[in-house]
Design a protein around this ligand. Structure first.
Ligand code: ZN
Length: 1011
């Protein structure tokens, strides 16, 4: 499955993804966002042949023939398609003025069974190769690099390895490792056992202890079956596309994984990781010639051409009759009440993924039909029943060769399946009859155009993710990037045919016999049957063992443990040097002034014609009861309408003029005065410059004149919110367990958990049970005026130099209309708590473990030293023990701005054993501090640097300072101080902070009972 390494990093910098959900499809983020400078006229042709471009079509560069060169004006980048003459390997380079360079290698790896061979191979290639014979060089490079992204993933029919870095030496280092890993991996038997599956004694040292299946992927995939929406998605592709690779579970079914042999794996690599079956990609400003020369010399010129038609996935033969089926799933402990935990989805096979314009238009149509309160299916289905909410998988799936639309509901009664189907059919007929409102189409188009202009930090990766399915199936990636052309064509089609979308609905939905209706209900015996089936596979394996085999299993177990514990020679891996990373990032100057008494920060950057508005309302003076309801207020306020507009009308206006208005709760430690913290409600939005006046007017309308009068709708929103929170506990297990452990350390962190963590979920569940919707409404209505006033707010605006004055004028008008109420004074003093432990019991087979304790906050001299120590502990102690030895998906340590120091594990089979490992950190640090050398120290610093220098897009510049008050100067000083940390200082800090068990410590397990 996905190796989202980013989630193992200590700081997550979420991008503003809310809006992009509208264009997110299936598992791949479809958030195309540019680094473009100029907005071209939509109707202009996009392709500009540049005769003077440095690379010419037909020319050969280091064994690669340049086949196509094209300038994409929309994103201001040069697209260069090449093909390796000997192996036929395709290479796509996007040349642009972005230093965050990206590189990837991908292979078409359609599964032929459900043993998860492609997924296991993805893990094992990263376990050592010819030039880098070392276990997990991938993870080890995390601390030897300043990569802004480093990942590998397996999706249905392709496997992708990719990374990005702003440092060219680093970029070349990572490329050398990745290429060697995929083209020359060692695929050792012991690694196969460790990463894939193995039979082993529960206690490796005791040959009498019971035998069980172990293995990283085996465990990972067991966890997969605990998440019902995922199972449902899996079933839809399996049964809608039954005649192709999609029938199998590419990432591996634990029932089938134990049939995979080491030989199968080697053979799969030989066949599918051949360069002829590979696609290479690079993006950014680094020299392409050096990359091509390296690839040709080191790998490709040594190989021959192979016909790779075997990996092509044929189109799914079309049905003549719709099909229906019912499947069962596990009874989820979390979420709606048991009789409500059924799901239904209707899926239609649509066009081929390589039909670019058609896919684009169907994606647009599916958004019109399903996204937001004005969408026909949303209106009819979600609102049909107050308990139901859209199925997580409702979307137009474009990751498969034959694309498909899925529409479904979750959390409904079995009796309502029929009602769902009836309403679905009626909605289809009604939409064909009535068509779409022009303003609705216009607002979706506006949203799309705005998304194209909005810039994101890792754009090279974003393009890649969007293109993978097109590319894998032989589609034209260069054409797929001409998004403006697609928009212009769609507009023309809509102009020329008034029934354009209705015709598509007739073709793809109404008259489409390739339709699958799938219903899913929980089965109380699901877990029991699941276990039984796995035990049967296990028993079968055990029964076939001879005494000799048993002896061998015991010996291999010990050998594997020894191999994992053996010291590794990291010197074979490349590493950056201090001089490569000395330069700090330059943050644009921030202008701070008071406008109508409101502290306002202005950041003038090239925002590509967009103005970004961030606003933080202080809510520290609210009573505890009120504050706990603010997250709910954030969730309902924009979905209920205003005095002037119904919620549907308001939504239309918001999407016509802005990227959406997002509300969220923030609890931020005051880095200047760590006795204090601030609680705030943050509002984020952005708009094209020409719509900024409307953006502020809409914010004003919402803040001052929102209405909660529609009680039925409010009840639905409250129920949906609680059900979504509950259902997301496992998906968000890592951040939730971190919050929970921290909440046992200080009152500030406790607040965070009460506002955004597990405590919040528990509180709201109970609150909604004992209070009527009318009572909830009254409480929310009373809270809002206490917060929404200019006396309580701070603002950050990011806009271009040329538009700044106009933006400020509109902003000033907005402020004039905001009321002034008494300033909230609430002085929240930091209280540190006595040691405690909490087990948050959830019925899953994996755990999230965290130990958190209070150390020192950001501006303290020791903070950078502790941050370096956190990286040391993660790389040298927790990763080897908790991940490599004990098989957890991830493990690490981090320290927050607030001084809370964490040890954590992610998707961990063990719990108390892991907490014991955390407890032994002191011992490990004290006994290893004298072994620390300059290289180890530097690696830890690089790990910190990746986080300090995290890339930000223009719309986010200066926001760190706005939220945390850490200035550019303080960032530079902190960075300098961190890079200057010495071995002696580390040693002194170990003595000071890790000699005794901390005074303020909390431990938390989110997961099952201990095993
Ligand atoms: Zn995996």
């Amino acid at each position: 499955m996905f190796r989202h390494l980013k989630c193992l990093r200590t700081v997550q910098r979420p991008l503003n993804r809310r809006y992009f959900k509208a264009f997110t499809v299936d598992v791949v983020l479809n958030d195309v966002k540019p680094v473009a400078k100029a907005m071209p006229c939509i109707e202009m042709p996009q392709v500009i042949a540049d005769r003077d471009y440095k690379y010419k079509e037909g020319q050969v560069y280091h064994g690669f023939q340049c086949e196509h060169v094209e300038h994409n004006a929309g994103y201001d980048l040069m697209s260069c398609l090449l093909r390796h003459i000997v192996t036929g390997t395709e290479y796509w380079h996007l040349d642009c003025n972005d230093i965050n360079n990206a590189f990837s290698i991908s292979f078409r790896t359609p599964p032929i069974d459900s043993t998860g061979v492609a997924h296991i191979l993805e893990h094992i290639t990263l376990c050592g190769s010819k030039k880098f014979p070392i276990h997990d060089p991938f993870f080890k490079m995390l601390n030897r690099s300043v990569a802004t992204c480093l990942n590998a993933l397996t999706i249905y029919e392709w496997t992708l390895y990719h990374f990005a870095s702003r440092n060219e030496i680093d970029f070349r280092n990572l490329m050398r490792i990745y290429c060697d890993c995929v083209f020359e991996p060692n695929i050792l038997y012991l690694d196969f056992l460790h990463e894939g599956w193995r039979l082993e004694h529960k206690d490796v040292h005791n040959p009498k202890s019971e035998l069980m299946f172990k293995g990283v992927v085996y465990n990972e995939m067991k966890g997969f079956f605990f998440e019902n929406p995922r199972i449902c998605r899996q079933y839809v592709s399996r049964y809608l596309l039954p005649n192709s690779a999609y029938y199998h579970m590419a990432v591996g079914d634990p029932i089938h994984i134990p049939s995979l042999t080491h030989e199968d794996l080697i053979e799969f690599h030989r066949k599918y990781y051949h360069p002829s079956n590979a696609r290479l990609y690079s993006y950014g400003s680094f020299d392409l010639m050096e990359t091509l020369s390296f690839l040709d010399k080191e790998y490709l010129s040594k190989r021959d051409f192979q016909d790779t038609s075997y990996s092509i996935i044929p189109p799914q033969p079309r049905w003549t009759e719709p099909r229906r089926m019912h499947v069962s799933c596990r009874l989820d402990e979390e979420g709606a009440s048991p009789d409500l935990r059924n799901q239904i989805a209707i899926a239609f096979l649509m066009c081929d993924r390589t039909d670019i314009q058609e896919c684009f238009e169907l994606l647009f149509l599916s958004n019109l039909l399903t996204r937001g309160p004005n969408a026909a299916f949303y209106k009819a289905l979600v609102e049909m029943d107050s308990s139901g909410c859209f199925h997580k998988n409702t979307s137009y799936a474009i990751t498969t060769r034959d694309t498909h639309l899925r529409v479904g509901l979750q959390d409904l009664r079995v009796e309502d399946f029929g009602k769902f189907i009836e309403i679905f059919d009626n909605t289809v007929h009604k939409t064909i009859e009535e068509g779409f409102e022009a303003q609705h189409i216009e607002s979706c188009l506006h949203n799309l155009e705005l998304s194209v202009k909005h810039q994101v930090p890792n754009f090279g990766k974003v393009i890649l993710y969007n293109m993978m399915s097109v590319w894998t199936h032989g589609g034209d990636v260069v054409a797929n990037l001409r998004i403006h052309e697609q928009i212009a064509k769609l507009k023309r089609n809509l102009r020329e045919n008034k029934n354009y979308f209705q015709d598509k609905i007739k073709q793809y939905i109404l008259n489409n016999p390739h339709k699958l209706t799938i219903t899913m209900s929980p089965d109380e015996k699901f877990d029991e049957n699941f276990e039984k089936a796995h035990k049967a596979v296990l028993q079968e394996k055990i029964d076939s063992l001879s005494a000799e085999d048993l002896q061998q299993i015991y010996k291999t177990g010990l050998k594997l443990e020894a191999a994992r514990k053996a010291p590794v020679d990291l010197e074979i891996l490349p590493c950056l040097s201090l001089k490569d990373v000395e330069e700090p990032l330059r943050i644009p100057d921030l202008i701070e002034e008071h406008i109508h008494g409101v502290p306002t920060q202005l950041c003038k950057v090239n925002t590509n014609g967009i103005t970004y508005f961030n606003c933080l309302f202080n809510m520290a003076g609210l009573s505890q009861e009120d504050a706990k309801l603010v997250p709910l207020l954030c969730n309902v306020i924009q979905n209920m309408g205003t005095d002037e507009h119904s919620f549907a009308e308001f939504d239309k206006l918001v999407n016509l003029k802005t990227a959406g208005i997002e509300f969220q709760v923030k609890v931020v430690e005051n880095v200047k005065d760590y006795e204090q913290y601030q609680m705030g409600l943050q509002i984020k939005t952005f708009a094209l410059d020409q719509n900024v006046a409307d953006m502020f007017a809409l914010c004003e309308e919402l803040l001052l004149r929102f209405t909660l009068v529609d009680i039925d709708r409010l009840k639905m929103l409250v129920d949906t919110y609680i059900s979504k929170l509950s259902a997301g506990i496992i998906d968000n297990g890592h951040p939730l367990s971190m919050l929970q452990a921290a909440s046992l350390v200080s009152n500030a962190a406790q607040w965070k958990s009460q506002l955004t963590g597990l405590d919040h979920i528990d509180f709201l569940r109970e609150f909604a049970q004992v209070h009527s919707t009318e009572e909830i409404r009254d409480r929310l209505v009373n809270i809002a005026p206490k917060i929404f006033s200019k006396s309580n707010m701070r603002v950050a605006i990011n806009t271009s130099e040329s538009f700044a004055n106009t933006a400020l004028e509109h902003y000033s008008t907005f402020l004039q209309n905001l009321p002034t109420v008494e300033k909230m004074k609430g002085r929240n003093k930091l209280l540190l708590l006595a040691p405690s432990f909490q087990h948050y019991d959830v019925k899953i087979s994996i755990n999230f473990c965290v130990k958190a304790f209070y150390s020192v906050p950001y501006l303290h001299m020791d903070h950078p030293v502790l941050r370096v120590i956190s990286k040391l502990v993660a790389a040298k102690y927790l990763m080897p023990v908790v991940r490599e030895l004990n098989g957890a998906y991830g493990a690490g340590a981090r320290i927050g701005y607030d001084g809370i120091f964490y040890f954590y594990s992610v998707r961990d089979e063990y719990s108390t054993k892991t907490l014991d490992t955390f407890d032994k950190t002191n011992e490990w640090l004290l006994s290893n501090k004298n072994k620390l050398d300059e290289q180890m120290l530097f690696e830890a610093k690089l790990g910190v640097l990746q986080l300090l220098d995290w890339p930000t897009a223009p719309g986010e510049k200066g926001l760190d300072y706005f939220i945390t008050r850490v200035s550019q100067e303080e960032y530079v000083n902190y960075r300098k101080r961190m890079l200057a940390v010495t071995i002696d200082e580390v040693s002194a800090a170990i003595n000071k902070y890790f000699t005794h068990e901390p005074k303020h410590v909390g431990k938390c397990i989110l997961g099952a009972k201990d095993k």
